[in-house]
Design a protein around this ligand. Sequence first.
Ligand code: HMG
Ligand code: MG
Length: 323
Amino acid sequence: MSWIPPSTASRSPSPVNGGGEICPKAVTLYEVGPRDGLQAEAQSVSAADKIALIDKLSASGLSQIEAASFVSPKWVPQMADAAEVMAGIQRKAGARYPVLTPNMHGYEAARSAGADTAAIFGAASESFSQKNINCSIAESLARFTPVCAAAARDGVRVRGYVSCVIACPYEGPILPDAVVRVAERLLEMGCYEISLGDTIGVGTPAETQRLLDAVLKRIPVEKIAVHFHDTYGQALANILTSLGYGIATVDSSVGGLGGCPYAPGAAGNVATEDVLYMLNGLGVHTGVDLDAVVEAAWFINGVLGHPPRSKVALALRPGNTGR
Ligand code: HMG
Ligand code: MG
């Protein structure tokens, strides 16, 4: 008998325990593949292929697709064609296409490209802040302040990232209080949501609990998203733990692509299709079609010339008769 993967269509939502007291009935998947995924690839990908990827992801039902970064091309050459990508994508009604903007220079370029959501990216680690954006945490917050003010004037939403929420590649373990301090500052500036990044993918569910216990004492759960890289294979367990706290926005990357050029040792983000398979099995609504995401994973990995890293994309490989 062939195995039929669970889907939202084939199962009715059931009250499940996502590792804690509660599990949201619906989760927003925030797709970072075209940005976090492709920034980490050694091989350059053409703007046309990036556009085709984003359009496939839009067609899958994903409503939040981080499309590019308006950063220095000397620092991240893979994102140098951000404006071309933004000009070429088909924007689906109701979908958002956020872009990274580290400073006013990036924000203004993003606005000219028609960005509807800007993402500022800070860190809970001084060393990572220096290596990634060439300034201290305090300086980064000073750079983000005018970005948030301009965005508020322009009616652009701002998402805030905090990197190194569990550990830093240069400093080691990071205390949850350091994360809370930066997250609160980003919210005060007007961010609609804070994404907590386990940048190097070292966290376990116990560390995720310690982090969320501290963060959720100070910040409402609906303002928090989680962003796990999967270096040690803990990401799904960490996401299940986060769902148990009621967190309903999860960052993920098609095909498990991802990393950060300034975080040595970081592996890819948790794969969108792996998270989706788990959420479908839990009866959690996402509005995203699993087969379409798997197809997008095979498409971009075909461009990159290596197979997807995710278990689900391999299991549901197009033409796989074991399904
Ligand atoms: P800097 O060198 O300190 O910048 O870099 P500067 O203000 O001194 O300017 C130097 C030059 O860069 C000037 O050009 C500026 O015009 C230009 P020049 O006069 O030399 O020709 N410049 C820019 N060009 C394009 N776009 C801009 C921009 N700003 C200045 N926005 C800077 C500071 C922030 C620009 C640099 O460090 C940078 O681009 N860093 C980006 C690093 C990055 O993208 N990292 C990956 C994303 S973060 C991540 O992946 C983590 C996350 O996924 C969450 C997680 O996993 O934890 C979000
Ligand atoms: Mg990341």
